[in-house]
Write a protein that binds this ligand. Structure first.
Ligand code: 5AD
Ligand code: SF4
Length: 473
Protein backbone atom coordinates (compact mmCIF):
# COMPACT_ATOMS: atom_id res chain seq x y z
CA UNK A 1 0.00 0.00 0.00
CA UNK A 2 2.99 2.22 -0.53
CA UNK A 3 2.16 5.87 -1.11
CA UNK A 4 -1.55 5.40 -1.41
CA UNK A 5 -3.29 8.54 -0.23
CA UNK A 6 -6.04 8.76 2.38
CA UNK A 7 -8.45 11.53 3.28
CA UNK A 8 -10.56 11.60 6.47
CA UNK A 9 -13.65 13.71 6.96
CA UNK A 10 -14.30 14.04 10.69
CA UNK A 11 -17.78 15.01 11.82
CA UNK A 12 -18.81 15.57 15.43
CA UNK A 13 -17.14 15.87 18.79
CA UNK A 14 -13.55 15.95 19.99
CA UNK A 15 -13.73 12.21 20.64
CA UNK A 16 -14.07 11.76 16.89
CA UNK A 17 -11.13 14.10 16.28
CA UNK A 18 -9.04 11.87 18.53
CA UNK A 19 -10.35 8.70 16.85
CA UNK A 20 -9.50 10.15 13.43
CA UNK A 21 -5.93 10.71 14.64
CA UNK A 22 -5.87 7.07 15.71
CA UNK A 23 -7.14 6.03 12.28
CA UNK A 24 -4.55 8.23 10.53
CA UNK A 25 -1.72 6.85 12.62
CA UNK A 26 -2.70 3.28 11.77
CA UNK A 27 -2.96 4.05 8.06
CA UNK A 28 0.45 5.73 8.05
CA UNK A 29 1.95 2.66 9.69
CA UNK A 30 0.84 0.53 6.75
CA UNK A 31 2.27 2.94 4.18
CA UNK A 32 -0.59 5.35 3.43
CA UNK A 33 0.07 9.08 3.25
CA UNK A 34 -2.32 11.81 4.34
CA UNK A 35 -3.97 13.82 1.55
CA UNK A 36 -5.78 17.11 2.09
CA UNK A 37 -7.83 17.06 -1.10
CA UNK A 38 -10.61 14.50 -1.19
CA UNK A 39 -10.44 14.38 -5.03
CA UNK A 40 -6.84 13.12 -4.93
CA UNK A 41 -7.32 10.35 -2.35
CA UNK A 42 -7.29 6.59 -2.99
CA UNK A 43 -9.07 5.94 0.30
CA UNK A 44 -11.74 8.22 1.80
CA UNK A 45 -13.03 7.64 5.31
CA UNK A 46 -15.90 9.51 6.89
CA UNK A 47 -15.79 9.42 10.67
CA UNK A 48 -19.42 9.97 11.57
CA UNK A 49 -21.45 11.38 14.46
CA UNK A 50 -25.03 10.48 15.35
CA UNK A 51 -25.60 12.60 18.46
CA UNK A 52 -28.20 14.68 16.63
CA UNK A 53 -30.13 14.19 13.42
CA UNK A 54 -28.29 17.04 11.71
CA UNK A 55 -24.86 15.47 12.25
CA UNK A 56 -26.12 12.22 10.74
CA UNK A 57 -27.48 14.06 7.70
CA UNK A 58 -24.08 15.65 7.21
CA UNK A 59 -22.48 12.21 6.95
CA UNK A 60 -25.03 10.99 4.43
CA UNK A 61 -24.69 14.05 2.26
CA UNK A 62 -20.89 13.62 2.17
CA UNK A 63 -21.38 9.96 1.29
CA UNK A 64 -23.61 11.11 -1.59
CA UNK A 65 -20.65 13.08 -2.95
CA UNK A 66 -18.44 10.01 -2.67
CA UNK A 67 -20.93 7.95 -4.71
CA UNK A 68 -20.36 10.34 -7.60
CA UNK A 69 -16.59 10.26 -7.15
CA UNK A 70 -16.55 6.48 -7.16
CA UNK A 71 -18.41 6.35 -10.48
CA UNK A 72 -15.58 8.38 -11.98
CA UNK A 73 -12.84 6.51 -10.12
CA UNK A 74 -13.93 2.90 -9.50
CA UNK A 75 -10.76 1.96 -7.56
CA UNK A 76 -11.52 4.53 -4.87
CA UNK A 77 -11.96 2.83 -1.49
CA UNK A 78 -14.70 4.28 0.73
CA UNK A 79 -15.05 3.60 4.46
CA UNK A 80 -17.55 4.67 7.12
CA UNK A 81 -16.41 4.77 10.75
CA UNK A 82 -17.74 6.22 14.00
CA UNK A 83 -21.18 6.40 15.58
CA UNK A 84 -23.38 6.21 12.47
CA UNK A 85 -21.33 3.20 11.32
CA UNK A 86 -22.00 1.56 14.70
CA UNK A 87 -25.68 2.44 14.60
CA UNK A 88 -26.51 1.53 11.01
CA UNK A 89 -23.93 -1.23 10.31
CA UNK A 90 -25.09 -3.61 7.59
CA UNK A 91 -27.79 -1.19 6.41
CA UNK A 92 -25.09 1.14 5.07
CA UNK A 93 -23.55 -1.44 2.74
CA UNK A 94 -27.00 -2.56 1.64
CA UNK A 95 -28.09 0.97 0.78
CA UNK A 96 -24.76 2.23 -0.56
CA UNK A 97 -23.07 -0.14 -3.00
CA UNK A 98 -20.02 2.16 -3.24
CA UNK A 99 -19.10 1.76 0.45
CA UNK A 100 -16.28 -0.79 0.92
CA UNK A 101 -16.21 -0.99 4.70
CA UNK A 102 -18.19 -0.01 7.77
CA UNK A 103 -16.22 -0.07 11.02
CA UNK A 104 -17.91 0.68 14.33
CA UNK A 105 -16.57 2.67 17.27
CA UNK A 106 -14.66 -0.26 18.73
CA UNK A 107 -13.09 -1.52 15.51
CA UNK A 108 -10.40 1.08 14.78
CA UNK A 109 -7.57 -1.27 15.62
CA UNK A 110 -8.89 -3.79 13.09
CA UNK A 111 -8.79 -1.21 10.28
CA UNK A 112 -5.40 -2.19 8.76
CA UNK A 113 -6.46 -5.86 8.58
CA UNK A 114 -9.78 -4.88 7.02
CA UNK A 115 -8.09 -2.79 4.31
CA UNK A 116 -5.64 -5.54 3.57
CA UNK A 117 -8.47 -8.06 3.18
CA UNK A 118 -10.44 -5.77 0.89
CA UNK A 119 -7.37 -5.25 -1.32
CA UNK A 120 -6.71 -8.99 -1.45
CA UNK A 121 -10.22 -10.34 -1.82
CA UNK A 122 -12.09 -7.34 -3.26
CA UNK A 123 -14.73 -7.95 -0.60
CA UNK A 124 -16.80 -5.60 1.55
CA UNK A 125 -16.56 -5.55 5.33
CA UNK A 126 -18.94 -4.66 8.15
CA UNK A 127 -17.40 -4.81 11.63
CA UNK A 128 -19.59 -3.37 14.35
CA UNK A 129 -18.67 -5.85 17.07
CA UNK A 130 -18.90 -4.41 20.54
CA UNK A 131 -17.46 -6.05 23.61
CA UNK A 132 -19.68 -5.92 26.71
CA UNK A 133 -16.80 -4.19 28.44
CA UNK A 134 -14.29 -2.52 26.16
CA UNK A 135 -10.86 -3.94 26.79
CA UNK A 136 -8.14 -1.42 27.57
CA UNK A 137 -8.08 0.47 24.30
CA UNK A 138 -4.94 -0.08 22.32
CA UNK A 139 -4.60 3.64 21.63
CA UNK A 140 -1.28 4.41 20.10
CA UNK A 141 0.48 7.71 20.64
CA UNK A 142 0.07 9.88 17.62
CA UNK A 143 2.69 12.38 16.58
CA UNK A 144 0.27 14.40 14.44
CA UNK A 145 1.16 17.79 13.12
CA UNK A 146 4.45 18.94 14.65
CA UNK A 147 3.13 22.51 14.80
CA UNK A 148 0.17 21.61 16.95
CA UNK A 149 0.72 22.55 20.55
CA UNK A 150 -2.69 21.51 21.82
CA UNK A 151 -3.92 17.93 21.59
CA UNK A 152 -6.74 15.68 22.83
CA UNK A 153 -6.14 12.50 24.79
CA UNK A 154 -9.01 10.09 25.42
CA UNK A 155 -9.02 8.80 28.99
CA UNK A 156 -12.25 6.84 28.86
CA UNK A 157 -14.71 5.59 26.31
CA UNK A 158 -18.41 4.80 26.32
CA UNK A 159 -21.05 5.92 28.79
CA UNK A 160 -23.24 4.25 31.43
CA UNK A 161 -25.49 7.19 32.21
CA UNK A 162 -28.37 6.62 29.81
CA UNK A 163 -29.73 10.13 29.62
CA UNK A 164 -33.04 9.43 27.91
CA UNK A 165 -32.33 11.61 24.84
CA UNK A 166 -28.86 10.27 24.16
CA UNK A 167 -27.59 7.75 21.64
CA UNK A 168 -24.04 7.56 23.05
CA UNK A 169 -24.45 4.50 25.33
CA UNK A 170 -25.80 2.57 22.33
CA UNK A 171 -23.13 3.55 19.84
CA UNK A 172 -20.07 3.89 22.10
CA UNK A 173 -20.77 1.06 24.51
CA UNK A 174 -20.19 0.73 28.25
CA UNK A 175 -17.98 3.14 30.13
CA UNK A 176 -14.36 2.00 30.28
CA UNK A 177 -11.37 3.95 31.59
CA UNK A 178 -7.85 3.60 30.26
CA UNK A 179 -5.05 2.67 32.64
CA UNK A 180 -3.40 5.78 34.12
CA UNK A 181 0.07 4.54 33.08
CA UNK A 182 -0.97 4.38 29.42
CA UNK A 183 -2.48 7.85 29.58
CA UNK A 184 0.61 9.34 31.23
CA UNK A 185 2.98 7.72 28.78
CA UNK A 186 0.92 8.97 25.84
CA UNK A 187 0.98 12.50 27.28
CA UNK A 188 4.72 12.34 27.92
CA UNK A 189 5.36 11.33 24.34
CA UNK A 190 3.15 14.15 23.04
CA UNK A 191 4.96 16.67 25.26
CA UNK A 192 8.31 15.36 24.01
CA UNK A 193 7.01 16.16 20.51
CA UNK A 194 6.29 19.78 21.42
CA UNK A 195 2.70 19.61 22.70
CA UNK A 196 2.08 22.12 25.52
CA UNK A 197 -1.63 21.72 26.23
CA UNK A 198 -3.61 18.54 26.70
CA UNK A 199 -7.39 18.20 26.80
CA UNK A 200 -8.52 14.97 28.43
CA UNK A 201 -11.60 13.46 26.81
CA UNK A 202 -14.38 11.29 28.10
CA UNK A 203 -18.19 11.32 28.12
CA UNK A 204 -18.06 11.81 31.86
CA UNK A 205 -14.52 12.31 33.09
CA UNK A 206 -15.72 12.76 36.69
CA UNK A 207 -16.39 9.06 37.01
CA UNK A 208 -12.95 8.16 35.63
CA UNK A 209 -11.49 4.96 37.08
CA UNK A 210 -14.36 4.28 39.50
CA UNK A 211 -15.80 1.20 37.87
CA UNK A 212 -12.47 -0.57 37.40
CA UNK A 213 -11.00 0.55 40.71
CA UNK A 214 -8.27 2.62 39.06
CA UNK A 215 -7.30 5.95 40.58
CA UNK A 216 -9.96 8.67 40.72
CA UNK A 217 -10.06 11.66 38.38
CA UNK A 218 -8.43 14.26 40.67
CA UNK A 219 -5.55 11.80 41.28
CA UNK A 220 -5.10 11.33 37.54
CA UNK A 221 -5.10 15.10 37.08
CA UNK A 222 -2.43 15.48 39.73
CA UNK A 223 -0.20 12.94 37.99
CA UNK A 224 -0.61 14.72 34.66
CA UNK A 225 -0.08 18.10 36.33
CA UNK A 226 3.36 16.81 37.31
CA UNK A 227 4.42 16.00 33.73
CA UNK A 228 7.39 18.21 33.01
CA UNK A 229 7.12 20.46 29.96
CA UNK A 230 3.33 20.46 29.91
CA UNK A 231 1.95 23.98 30.40
CA UNK A 232 -1.81 23.51 30.42
CA UNK A 233 -4.33 20.83 31.20
CA UNK A 234 -8.04 20.82 30.30
CA UNK A 235 -10.77 18.21 30.35
CA UNK A 236 -14.23 17.62 28.96
CA UNK A 237 -17.02 16.61 29.61
CA UNK A 238 -18.15 16.62 33.23
CA UNK A 239 -21.50 15.27 34.31
CA UNK A 240 -22.84 17.47 37.13
CA UNK A 241 -24.08 14.45 39.10
CA UNK A 242 -20.48 13.27 39.58
CA UNK A 243 -18.72 16.57 40.20
CA UNK A 244 -16.68 15.83 43.31
CA UNK A 245 -15.28 18.14 45.97
CA UNK A 246 -11.86 16.77 45.04
CA UNK A 247 -12.26 18.02 41.50
CA UNK A 248 -13.49 21.42 42.65
CA UNK A 249 -10.42 21.65 44.93
CA UNK A 250 -8.15 20.77 41.98
CA UNK A 251 -8.96 24.14 40.40
CA UNK A 252 -7.40 25.76 43.45
CA UNK A 253 -4.37 23.54 43.83
CA UNK A 254 -3.17 22.47 40.37
CA UNK A 255 -1.32 25.23 38.61
CA UNK A 256 -1.58 23.72 35.13
CA UNK A 257 -5.30 23.04 35.32
CA UNK A 258 -7.03 25.71 33.23
CA UNK A 259 -9.75 27.80 34.80
CA UNK A 260 -12.56 26.45 32.70
CA UNK A 261 -15.19 23.78 33.15
CA UNK A 262 -17.74 22.59 30.65
CA UNK A 263 -20.66 21.46 32.78
CA UNK A 264 -23.70 20.59 30.65
CA UNK A 265 -26.93 21.48 32.46
CA UNK A 266 -29.31 20.62 29.55
CA UNK A 267 -32.36 22.24 31.21
CA UNK A 268 -33.27 24.52 34.09
CA UNK A 269 -36.51 22.70 34.87
CA UNK A 270 -36.51 19.94 37.47
CA UNK A 271 -39.37 18.16 35.67
CA UNK A 272 -37.43 18.07 32.43
CA UNK A 273 -34.17 17.09 34.17
CA UNK A 274 -35.96 14.14 35.80
CA UNK A 275 -37.39 12.97 32.47
CA UNK A 276 -33.94 13.35 30.92
CA UNK A 277 -32.62 11.05 33.69
CA UNK A 278 -29.93 13.58 34.59
CA UNK A 279 -30.04 12.75 38.32
CA UNK A 280 -29.50 16.30 39.65
CA UNK A 281 -31.81 19.24 40.26
CA UNK A 282 -31.46 22.87 39.24
CA UNK A 283 -30.80 23.70 42.92
CA UNK A 284 -27.98 21.16 43.07
CA UNK A 285 -26.53 22.53 39.85
CA UNK A 286 -26.59 26.09 41.15
CA UNK A 287 -24.89 24.93 44.33
CA UNK A 288 -22.09 23.36 42.26
CA UNK A 289 -21.62 26.57 40.33
CA UNK A 290 -21.34 28.48 43.61
CA UNK A 291 -18.79 25.99 44.96
CA UNK A 292 -16.72 26.17 41.79
CA UNK A 293 -16.70 29.98 41.91
CA UNK A 294 -15.76 29.95 45.55
CA UNK A 295 -12.78 27.69 44.85
CA UNK A 296 -11.77 29.57 41.71
CA UNK A 297 -13.46 32.98 41.36
CA UNK A 298 -12.35 33.54 37.77
CA UNK A 299 -13.41 30.10 36.50
CA UNK A 300 -15.15 30.17 33.11
CA UNK A 301 -18.22 27.97 33.08
CA UNK A 302 -19.75 26.79 29.80
CA UNK A 303 -22.67 24.47 29.24
CA UNK A 304 -25.00 22.60 26.87
CA UNK A 305 -28.73 23.21 26.63
CA UNK A 306 -31.34 21.15 24.81
CA UNK A 307 -34.47 23.03 23.77
CA UNK A 308 -37.76 21.35 22.91
CA UNK A 309 -37.30 18.12 24.85
CA UNK A 310 -40.61 16.18 24.70
CA UNK A 311 -43.04 17.71 27.18
CA UNK A 312 -41.00 20.89 27.69
CA UNK A 313 -43.66 23.52 28.44
CA UNK A 314 -43.16 27.25 28.11
CA UNK A 315 -42.88 27.38 31.93
CA UNK A 316 -40.10 24.77 31.79
CA UNK A 317 -38.35 26.84 29.16
CA UNK A 318 -38.71 29.98 31.31
CA UNK A 319 -36.91 28.06 34.07
CA UNK A 320 -34.06 27.33 31.68
CA UNK A 321 -33.77 30.99 30.73
CA UNK A 322 -33.87 32.00 34.41
CA UNK A 323 -31.02 29.57 35.16
CA UNK A 324 -28.97 30.95 32.27
CA UNK A 325 -29.51 34.49 33.60
CA UNK A 326 -28.59 33.42 37.13
CA UNK A 327 -25.42 31.49 36.26
CA UNK A 328 -24.21 33.83 33.51
CA UNK A 329 -22.33 31.18 31.55
CA UNK A 330 -19.26 32.26 29.61
CA UNK A 331 -20.71 30.54 26.57
CA UNK A 332 -23.35 27.99 25.72
CA UNK A 333 -23.97 25.33 23.12
CA UNK A 334 -27.70 25.09 22.55
CA UNK A 335 -29.31 22.32 20.54
CA UNK A 336 -32.73 21.58 19.16
CA UNK A 337 -33.92 18.27 20.55
CA UNK A 338 -34.08 15.44 18.02
CA UNK A 339 -35.24 11.84 18.50
CA UNK A 340 -32.37 9.36 18.26
CA UNK A 341 -32.48 5.63 17.48
CA UNK A 342 -32.84 3.59 20.71
CA UNK A 343 -33.00 6.70 22.93
CA UNK A 344 -36.16 6.31 25.09
CA UNK A 345 -37.28 9.94 24.82
CA UNK A 346 -38.24 9.23 21.20
CA UNK A 347 -41.33 7.54 22.68
CA UNK A 348 -42.13 10.35 25.16
CA UNK A 349 -45.34 12.31 24.70
CA UNK A 350 -45.70 16.06 24.23
CA UNK A 351 -43.54 16.67 21.18
CA UNK A 352 -42.69 20.35 20.76
CA UNK A 353 -43.29 21.77 17.27
CA UNK A 354 -40.31 22.56 15.02
CA UNK A 355 -41.37 26.21 14.93
CA UNK A 356 -41.43 26.43 18.72
CA UNK A 357 -38.09 24.65 19.02
CA UNK A 358 -36.49 27.12 16.60
CA UNK A 359 -37.93 30.04 18.53
CA UNK A 360 -36.59 28.67 21.82
CA UNK A 361 -33.17 28.13 20.30
CA UNK A 362 -33.14 31.73 19.07
CA UNK A 363 -34.22 32.96 22.53
CA UNK A 364 -31.34 31.09 24.21
CA UNK A 365 -28.94 32.40 21.62
CA UNK A 366 -30.07 36.03 22.09
CA UNK A 367 -29.96 35.75 25.87
CA UNK A 368 -26.50 34.20 25.91
CA UNK A 369 -25.07 36.64 23.36
CA UNK A 370 -25.86 39.49 25.72
CA UNK A 371 -24.29 37.66 28.68
CA UNK A 372 -21.13 36.74 26.78
CA UNK A 373 -20.76 40.32 25.57
CA UNK A 374 -21.13 41.60 29.11
CA UNK A 375 -18.50 39.16 30.41
CA UNK A 376 -16.12 40.02 27.58
CA UNK A 377 -16.62 43.77 28.10
CA UNK A 378 -15.69 43.35 31.76
CA UNK A 379 -12.34 41.94 30.64
CA UNK A 380 -11.33 45.15 28.88
CA UNK A 381 -8.16 46.51 30.44
CA UNK A 382 -7.24 43.25 32.18
CA UNK A 383 -4.07 41.33 31.50
CA UNK A 384 -4.40 37.72 30.46
CA UNK A 385 -1.96 34.89 30.23
CA UNK A 386 -2.22 33.48 26.70
CA UNK A 387 -0.80 30.27 25.26
CA UNK A 388 0.30 31.20 21.73
CA UNK A 389 -1.19 28.85 19.14
CA UNK A 390 -0.15 30.53 15.88
CA UNK A 391 -0.66 33.54 13.67
CA UNK A 392 -4.27 34.30 13.02
CA UNK A 393 -5.68 33.41 9.62
CA UNK A 394 -6.86 36.92 8.89
CA UNK A 395 -3.43 38.38 9.30
CA UNK A 396 -1.79 35.72 7.17
CA UNK A 397 -4.16 36.63 4.33
CA UNK A 398 -3.65 40.35 4.83
CA UNK A 399 0.06 39.91 4.74
CA UNK A 400 0.27 38.10 1.46
CA UNK A 401 2.64 39.90 -0.85
CA UNK A 402 3.29 42.70 1.64
CA UNK A 403 6.15 43.30 4.02
CA UNK A 404 5.13 42.43 7.58
CA UNK A 405 5.73 44.97 10.28
CA UNK A 406 3.07 43.69 12.62
CA UNK A 407 2.11 40.09 13.20
CA UNK A 408 -1.27 39.11 14.54
CA UNK A 409 -0.98 36.14 16.82
CA UNK A 410 -3.71 33.98 18.22
CA UNK A 411 -4.00 31.95 21.41
CA UNK A 412 -6.34 31.24 24.27
CA UNK A 413 -6.67 32.30 27.87
CA UNK A 414 -6.88 29.83 30.70
CA UNK A 415 -10.66 30.40 30.56
CA UNK A 416 -10.60 29.23 26.90
CA UNK A 417 -11.27 32.62 25.31
CA UNK A 418 -9.66 33.24 21.94
CA UNK A 419 -7.32 36.21 22.04
CA UNK A 420 -5.83 37.83 18.94
CA UNK A 421 -2.99 40.19 19.60
CA UNK A 422 -0.54 42.26 17.68
CA UNK A 423 3.18 42.26 18.04
CA UNK A 424 4.42 45.47 16.48
CA UNK A 425 7.55 46.15 14.44
CA UNK A 426 8.87 42.63 14.16
CA UNK A 427 12.18 42.47 12.40
CA UNK A 428 12.82 39.55 10.09
CA UNK A 429 15.75 38.58 12.31
CA UNK A 430 13.82 38.18 15.53
CA UNK A 431 10.16 37.28 15.42
CA UNK A 432 10.08 37.35 19.20
CA UNK A 433 7.16 35.14 20.07
CA UNK A 434 7.13 31.39 19.54
CA UNK A 435 4.15 29.11 19.14
CA UNK A 436 3.72 27.19 22.39
CA UNK A 437 4.95 30.07 24.52
CA UNK A 438 2.97 31.65 27.34
CA UNK A 439 2.71 35.45 27.01
CA UNK A 440 0.83 38.29 28.64
CA UNK A 441 -1.69 40.28 26.67
CA UNK A 442 -3.60 43.42 27.64
CA UNK A 443 -7.20 43.12 26.47
CA UNK A 444 -8.22 46.21 24.51
CA UNK A 445 -11.22 45.29 22.41
CA UNK A 446 -13.88 42.63 22.86
CA UNK A 447 -16.11 40.78 20.40
CA UNK A 448 -18.84 38.16 20.86
CA UNK A 449 -16.47 35.26 20.13
CA UNK A 450 -13.01 36.64 20.77
CA UNK A 451 -10.89 39.26 22.46
CA UNK A 452 -8.24 41.50 21.00
CA UNK A 453 -5.25 43.01 22.75
CA UNK A 454 -1.61 43.82 22.62
CA UNK A 455 1.41 42.00 23.85
CA UNK A 456 3.01 43.17 27.05
CA UNK A 457 6.70 43.18 26.40
CA UNK A 458 9.68 43.62 28.67
CA UNK A 459 10.60 41.62 31.73
CA UNK A 460 7.01 40.91 32.62
CA UNK A 461 6.06 39.86 29.09
CA UNK A 462 7.43 36.56 27.85
CA UNK A 463 7.60 33.23 29.57
CA UNK A 464 6.07 34.26 32.84
CA UNK A 465 5.55 31.93 35.70
CA UNK A 466 2.20 30.23 35.82
CA UNK A 467 -0.28 31.64 38.22
CA UNK A 468 -3.40 33.68 38.35
CA UNK A 469 -4.25 34.68 34.81
CA UNK A 470 -6.45 37.66 35.37
CA UNK A 471 -5.93 40.88 37.20
CA UNK A 472 -6.59 44.49 36.45
CA UNK A 473 -3.94 46.38 34.56
N1 5AD B 1 -31.05 16.10 20.71
C1 5AD B 1 -30.47 17.29 20.87
N2 5AD B 1 -29.32 17.49 21.52
C2 5AD B 1 -28.71 16.40 22.02
N3 5AD B 1 -27.57 16.27 22.70
C3 5AD B 1 -27.38 14.95 22.98
N4 5AD B 1 -28.40 14.23 22.48
C4 5AD B 1 -29.25 15.11 21.88
C5 5AD B 1 -30.48 14.98 21.19
N5 5AD B 1 -31.08 13.79 21.03
C6 5AD B 1 -26.71 17.39 23.09
C7 5AD B 1 -26.55 17.49 24.62
C8 5AD B 1 -25.15 17.01 24.85
C9 5AD B 1 -24.48 17.49 23.59
C10 5AD B 1 -23.16 16.87 23.29
O1 5AD B 1 -25.41 17.20 22.58
O2 5AD B 1 -26.71 18.84 24.99
O3 5AD B 1 -24.56 17.57 26.01
FE1 SF4 C 1 -25.11 10.97 26.59
FE2 SF4 C 1 -25.78 11.44 29.14
FE3 SF4 C 1 -23.71 9.82 28.56
FE4 SF4 C 1 -23.49 12.46 28.11
S1 SF4 C 1 -23.77 11.48 30.12
S2 SF4 C 1 -22.90 10.80 26.70
S3 SF4 C 1 -25.56 13.00 27.51
S4 SF4 C 1 -25.87 9.44 28.09
Amino acid sequence: MKNKKFYINTIGCQMNVYDSEQIAERLQRIGFVMENRVEDADLVIVNTCSIREKAEQKAFSFLGRLAKMKREKPRLMVGVCGCVAQQEGQKIVERMPYVDFVLGTQAIERLPAAIERIERQRCRIVDVNMAQEIQETADIPTCGNPHEISRFVTIMRGCDNYCTYCVVPYVRGRETSREPENIISEIKSLVANGVREITLLGQNVNSYGQKQGLCDFPTLLKRINDVEGLLRLRFTTSHPKDLSDGLIAAFRSMEKLCHHIHLPVQSGSNDVLARMNRRYTREKYLEMVANLREACPEIAITSDIIVGFPGETSEDFEQTKALIRQVEFDSLFAFIYSDRPNAPSGRFKGKVTEKEKKQRLQDVFDLQTGITQKIHASMKGTIKEVLVEGTSKKQVAENQGRAIDAVQWTGRTSGNKIVNFIQNHVSHVDTGIQVGEMVRVRIEKTFPHSLRGSLITGDSGHSLAKGDESYAA
